[in-house]
Design a protein around this ligand. Structure first.
Ligand code: SAM
Length: 232
């Protein structure tokens, strides 16, 4: 039987434990050995993280709030969340990513901070209930027919809010042309899935959620639509 995430999932896992890990670790890191494209993506992505942190802290404190960071990568969101006192459950399909995130959290978080709980898990196997579920820049690995189930699952784990970011279809041509080579698969460009905002919204509505806030970050090579959803 085909799993949620598709046969693509094995390809994605291998990619982010191999070549993809090296590439994205660099992009998401701090070292100078990046090219112009990688640096641009690093900057764009950090804006998405900043926007999410702003959204999550502007109304009330994160102290003691449970947050699931699904597809946590190198921990660029999990660590600032923990700094703000959130109880973070962070997971990723890639063991290499999780190890990197865990290492960075150890280095960057003060002894007094609650360390995120890191796990190697694909997001379909996540369970439990969290105040907030966040899933940044992971939907690019899901075709729309798999994205619906993925969104429904993430919403089922969230009590108050769900924050997603994805590459919007409006920039289809730009994204595939400019950064296609950063995605896994034999025909690399075809392995990056962009999503129409209406499709994401419809998937949320189907499970009783509505969009409360939207954000958009675009740089030369990075495009990401952020959506905050709440129970309708
Ligand atoms: N969310 C992180 C961030 O914004 O810094 C990382 C984004 S990175 C572009 C995509 C991440 O999604 C990779 O670390 C990859 O291993 C992970 N991923 C892809 N498919 C996944 C799945 N089905 N379940 C869990 N993680 C997945």
């Amino acid at each position: 039987a085909e799993e949620v995430g598709g046969g693509d999932k094995e390809v994605v896992r291998e990619y982010f434990n191999g070549n993809g890990f090296d590439r994205w670790k660099k992009i998401y890191g701090e070292t100078d050995d990046v090219n112009k494209v990688q640096l641009d993506i690093r900057i764009g992505h950090s804006k998405t993280v900043d926007n999410v942190m702003k959204l999550l802290t502007e109304e009330k404190s994160l102290e003691g709030v449970t947050v699931c960071d699904a597809g946590c990568g190198t921990g660029l969101l999990s660590i600032p969340l923990a700094k703000q006192g959130a109880i973070v459950s962070a997971s990723d399909i890639s063991a290499a990513m999780v190890a990197e995130a865990q290492q960075k959290a150890k280095e960057e978080l003060a002894d007094s901070a609650v360390q995120p709980k890191f796990e190697v898990r694909d997001l379909e196997s996540l369970d439990g209930l969290y105040n907030t579920v966040v899933c940044l820049d992971v939907l690019i690995h899901y075709p729309q027919n798999k994205a619906d189930a993925m969104i429904a699952h993430l919403a089922s784990l969230a009590e108050e809010r769900l924050i997603l970011s994805f590459a919007p279809k409006t920039f289809y041509y730009d994204i595939l042309k400019r950064i296609g080579e950063l995605f896994p698969g034999p025909s690399k460009a075809t392995r990056a899935y962009l999503h129409a905002e209406e499709d994401i919204e419809r998937a949320l509505q189907k499970v009783g959620w509505k969009v409360k806030n939207r954000g958009l970050v675009t740089t030369q090579f990075y495009f990401s639509r952020m959506i905050e959803a709440v129970p309708a």
